[in-house]
Design a protein around this ligand. Structure first.
Ligand SMILES: Nc1ncnc2c1ncn2[C@@H]1O[C@H](COP(=O)(O)OP(=O)(O)OP(=O)(O)O)[C@@H](O)[C@H]1O
Ligand SMILES: O=C(O)C[C@@H](O)[C@H](O)C(=O)CO
Length: 332
């Protein structure tokens, strides 16, 4: 396959993400049901926030476009972004009394994890088109879009406008399908809005199940990864990545080639955060001009580090940590 991807050069910023900034409350007493969990540790959360933090840790010049609640949680998120060197000028504060989305994580076993979401009147979905800073997108090499931000207006329109700005300025669009069942009103609505974003994106990343949501009206009853990829090459996509949990991932290129990515060993604490750290590691590689296969390996190593840790955002590794992990795995 065509093994590298060209990103715009000479820009003051590498990466801007749009979508939710939330809080993860991860169970401290693990390997038991939530009913028996008494204490939780607070971390910044939300898939696009996690990916952006991952990119910052890997040395990229990053920014975020989103909306936080005017409360203690919102201020905690803002402080954490700033402490990680993420430009938060594009993060606005809600003034309507909306709240910060919460994700309580249940860790029953390393293989059996789930998330209990509190997202009624969540501030992140109130991001309005007028709050999307065109200049931030114009000066970035990549715009990462989280599919969950398409679930509701006005955030939905804000994301579609952000994609439009990216197209106008030649900023690469990475669409992370990021399907969360809450907030959407029907599978049909999900598929329609996912389509609107996917057909305008250069790189599309999702799990098999997420592509199934996107392809609701498109046939592919056999759930073939190759059929999925071919569909998006008819639009703008140059690269389609389909993730398969502990069975690794597969990348398809527009030239018809594909590459299967293996996993790295992990002492799994919980599996959530795998996809976000994989995305950060993978995009880091691609943006360095590395081959797709080397970038996939880097993403897999980053994922193994995060799933071996308690948090998602706070465990996002630096380049030195990923390099050391890859080296140690080669000598194991
Ligand atoms: N049990 C595991 N052991 C090692 N690596 C894993 C494991 N699970 C996932 N990974 C790595 O993480 C990548 C992404 O995982 P996955 O397909 O579960 O994404 P996801 O469903 O988006 O993750 P999340 O649970 O964060 O939503 C995989 O391609 C693989 O490299
Ligand atoms: O994406 C979310 O809203 C929650 C995440 O921060 C969470 O920890 C997770 O599921 C990561 O995949």
């Amino acid at each position: 396959m065509d093994n590298t991807l060209a990103f715009p050069a000479g820009r003051p910023r590498d990466f801007v993400a749009i979508g939710r900034l939330c809080i993860d409350l991860n169970a401290n007493e693990i390997n038991r049901p939530m009913e028996e969990t008494m204490t939780f540790t607070k971390y910044v959360g939300g898939s696009p926030a996690n990916i952006c933090i991952g990119m910052a840790r890997l040395g990229h010049r990053t920014a975020f476009i989103g909306k936080i609640a005017d409360d203690q949680m919102g201020r905690f998120i803002l402080g954490y972004l700033r402490d990680n060197g993420i430009d938060a000028a594009g993060v606005t504060t809600d003034r309507t009394g909306a709240v910060t989305g919460l994700a309580f994580t249940e860790i029953k076993s390393p293989e059996d994890c789930s998330i209990l979401m509190y997202r009624d009147n969540a501030a992140d979905l109130l991001l309005a088109p007028g709050e999307v800073d065109e200049a931030l997108i114009a000066e970035s090499r990549v715009l990462l879009v989280s599919g969950t931000a398409l679930a509701k207006s006005p955030s939905r329109e804000a994301v579609l406008l952000a994609i439009r700005y990216a197209r106008k300025h030649g900023t690469k669009v990475v669409f992370d399908i990021d399907y969360r069942p809450y907030t959407w009103t029907s599978p049909e609505e999900t598929a329609i809005y996912y389509h609107l974003a996917a057909e305008k994106s250069d790189i599309i990343i999702g799990t098999r199940e997420e592509f199934d949501m996107l392809e609701r009206f498109d046939g592919n009853a056999e759930r073939s990864d190759a059929v999925t990829a071919a569909q998006w090459f008819g639009c703008r996509a140059e690269l389609v990545i389909i993730k398969h949990g502990k069975d690794g991932s597969i990348a398809y290129g527009k030239d018809g080639g594909s590459h299967r990515g293996a996993i790295f060993p992990a002492k799994v604490v919980k599996t959530f955060g795998a996809g976000d750290s994989y995305a950060a590691g993978f995009l880091h590689g691609l943006m360095q001009g590395w081959s797709v296969d080397r970038s996939m390996a880097y993403g897999s190593a980053a994922a193994s580090i995060v799933i071996s840790s308690h948090s998602c955002s706070d465990a996002m590794p630096t380049a030195e940590q990923v390099d050391a992990y890859i080296q140690a795995s080669q000598h194991a």
